[in-house]
Design a protein around this ligand. Structure first.
Ligand code: KG4
Ligand code: ZN
Length: 336
């Protein structure tokens, strides 16, 4: 049995997980509420919170896994991309742990890990995993990318955003209407009570399999600004409809490109990953399209869509099988 301790600290969540032969034994996340009042993640506060959270989170992950620290075969950690100060905490902890126990250290790319979340196994579950080649749309707070996975190790990017990420579109537009950070999950919740056809916002025309969300953000901002001139209560009275219409627009952009990507690549093993793949509207739209177009669809469990250490652990497990280890001189990379 191969047992991996995994650590994820790229942004504002301190996470640790234990994975044995691909199965999750434990997966914990300590959220940092401190950023809410600032409307976004404050890097210095994030690293300080990681610093105080990391030892208790790892200790609890090992305890919940029901193993002894001595049975851990390797420690996997997020090397990047992310906030440098946050990454440093996880990287240093992982290094210290590996050196103290004399076990291998495994670096993981956070973006690849989001896609690898599709291969996480859970005891007592059906555990459907994608067939290769696998076409995955990664939609997170910082990235929007089409990735083709040829096998567990080989990923190719075939499209990407030219400006904002899909998650940023949710978060920045949410901020315009006074929603707390991160706005994505709040918009998802309010959208369920609104009319998705109430308002129309600009949809960018971007060639090929690339994306753009900055035009939508500007269109949303100007629309709100104009409406507030005549009606200061416009946002309050239309909040649910605004959320539903914004969400519909983002989903239409994403779904339109996925349909295009499937037809261009001829790959019908299709999935979504990353924080925005938690969106209920996007999940429903994908399920609908998959039925209609006979895709073999893969949507990760909700808890493995947003940042978590289990996805780092499953990535580390596959690297362990190939002995892809890192040296102790390794440093985190904000851009990876
Ligand atoms: O993957 P993730 O947890 O962190 C990054 O690697 O960026 O993604 C975070 C992003 C945020 O922009 C957040 O608003 C968005 O995912 N998000 C959602 C939902 N849950 C999280 N967006 C829309 N609907 C959701 N339910
Ligand atoms: Zn992420």
């Amino acid at each position: 049995m191969v047992t991996i301790l995994a650590i994820e600290s790229s942004c504002d969540d301190t996470s640790a997980a234990v994975i044995a032969d691909g199965y999750v034994l434990s997966s914990l996340i300590a959220n940092q509420d401190v950023h809410r009042q600032y409307g976004g993640v404050v890097p210095e506060l994030a690293s300080r919170s990681h610093q105080s959270n990391i030892t208790p989170v790892v200790t609890e992950a090992v305890r919940q896994a029901g193993i002894s620290a001595g049975s851990i075969d390797a420690v996997a950690f997020t090397r990047g991309p992310g906030l440098l100060g946050s990454l440093l905490v996880g990287t240093s902890f992982a290094k210290g742990f590996a050196i103290a126990r004399n076990i291998p250290l495994i670096e993981v790319n956070h973006l690849q890990a989001h896609v690898m979340a599709h291969f996480i196994l859970e005891k007592g579950k059906e555990n459907r995993t994608p067939a290769f080649p696998f076409l995955c749309l990664l939609v997170s707070g910082g990235h929007t990318r089409f990735i083709i996975m040829k096998n567990h190790y080989d990923m190719e990017v075939i499209g990407s955003t030219i400006d904002d990420a899909a998650g940023e579109a949710f978060d920045k537009c949410g901020k315009v209407i006074g929603l707390p950070y991160p706005a994505g999950p709040v918009i998802d919740r309010l959208a369920a009570k609104g009319n998705p056809e109430a308002f129309r916002f600009a949809k960018p025309a971007v060639k090929g399999l690339d994306f753009s969300f900055s035009g939508l953000k500007t269109s949303f901002l100007y629309f709100i600004r104009d409406m507030l001139k005549d009606d200061p209560d416009f946002i309050e009275r239309n909040k649910n409809d605004l959320c539903a219409s914004l969400q519909r627009t983002i989903i239409e952009i994403l779904a339109g490109k996925i349909i295009k990507a499937v037809s261009q690549t001829g790959i019908n093993s299709v999935g979504i990953a990353g924080g925005v793949s938690a969106n209920s509207g996007l999940r429903n739209a994908m399920t609908e399209q998959a039925l209609k177009r006979k895709w073999n669809l893969f949507i990760p469990e909700l808890k493995y869509t947003t940042d978590n250490a289990a996805m780092i652990g499953i990535s580390g497990y596959y690297k362990y099988l190939r002995h892809e280890f890192s040296g102790h001189e390794i440093t985190p990379l904000a851009r990876y």
